[in-house]
Ligand binder design. Structure first.
Ligand code: RRO
Length: 285
């Protein structure tokens, strides 16, 4: 296989395929493939204190995808550093730690806590659609988004800081420009699109939280379009994601302007999908 390694903000990625946040879990996923075989593993968003998440049902199926409303369930920063981060680094993986908070100060606290660890990059998740406080509330206003990044960059040391963007805005390029102005080193896009399903028997939403985030092949053309728009707005490296199911989808994302491509929902259908997609992508080079 031709060498596919790339350098993103000074970090070596063995290849351009990345595990998307929230869809990789060391305990389960490492039984299916070696995490060091991918370009990078993005871990589930972590907050300073444990976050319980939403009640079930948290998943609903749709044509061409799924809705989730996990609600940021995670065990907090200390558990992450001594657990999954340590395990992934011991396995030789390149790790992007996804960061979240209820407030801008909480994002900065998590980033500060990660600055001294061997996480390779940070990803600020300002686009989770499933929480009332934090997440998407920071990613839909350019000034608030830029200010949050600025605060994180003051304490994140040498770690490259990516920002994960939401598609639930009128102009994603405007948010991209704002966070790069605030100091972002790179961008990840797109997070999920807000959606809802209704139970025909009860007339009530299927998900306990009401709405959720739509992912999967249904959103792929939206993601390609948004990567294309953002590529024309900023020079920063882009990790493109959204419904990538095959190597062709990944290559299309690269043609739209992504430097690397993350696989999410495909790995929930088939845990080995990222490795298959990598082999398929290699056929294009
Ligand atoms: O945990 C979630 O509900 C979640 C997150 Br943090 C996110 O960024 N995107 C998503 O679809 N779900």
């Amino acid at each position: 296989m031709k060498k596919l390694d790339i350098n993103i903000c000074g970090v070596n990625f063995k290849n351009p395929i990345v595990a998307a946040s929230g869809t990789y879990n060391f305990r389960e996923s490492s039984g299916f493939y070696d995490p060091a075989a991918l370009g990078c593993i993005t871990t589930k968003s972590v907050s300073i204190e444990p976050w319980p998440g939403n009640d079930s049902p948290k998943i609903a199926e749709t044509w061409g995808g799924m809705l989730n409303s996990i609600g940021l369930a995670n065990r907090g920063l200390d558990d992450y550093i001594s657990g999954e981060l340590k395990q992934l680094k011991a396995a030789g993986a390149t790790v992007m730690a996804s960061v979240v908070g209820h407030t801008a100060e909480e994002y900065a606290l998590v980033a500060e806590g990660l600055a001294g660890t061997d996480a390779d990059l940070l990803e600020l998740n300002i686009s989770c659609p499933n929480v009332e406080q934090g997440g998407i509330a920071f990613g839909t206003d350019p000034k608030i988004a830029a200010g949050l990044v600025e605060g994180v960059k003051k304490v994140s040391g040498k770690k490259p800081v990516f920002v994960k963007l939401t598609p639930n805005v009128a102009d994603i390029a405007e948010i991209a420009r704002a966070v790069v102005f605030g100091g972002a080193d790179g961008l990840s896009l797109i997070n999920t699109l807000r959606g809802m399903r209704i139970d025909l028997k009860t007339g009530a939403p299927v998900l306990s939280a009401g709405s959720g985030g739509l992912s999967g092949p249904a959103i792929h053309p939206v993601a390609v379009y948004m990567v294309y728009q953002v590529r024309r707005a900023v020079d920063a490296p882009i990790i493109g994601m959204g419904g990538v199911m095959t190597g062709s989808d990944a290559y299309e994302m690269m043609l739209a302007g992504a430097n690397a491509v993350a696989v999410g929902t495909a790995a929930l259908v088939d845990p080995e999908a990222p490795i298959r997609i990598l082999a398929e992508l290699a056929q294009f080079y």
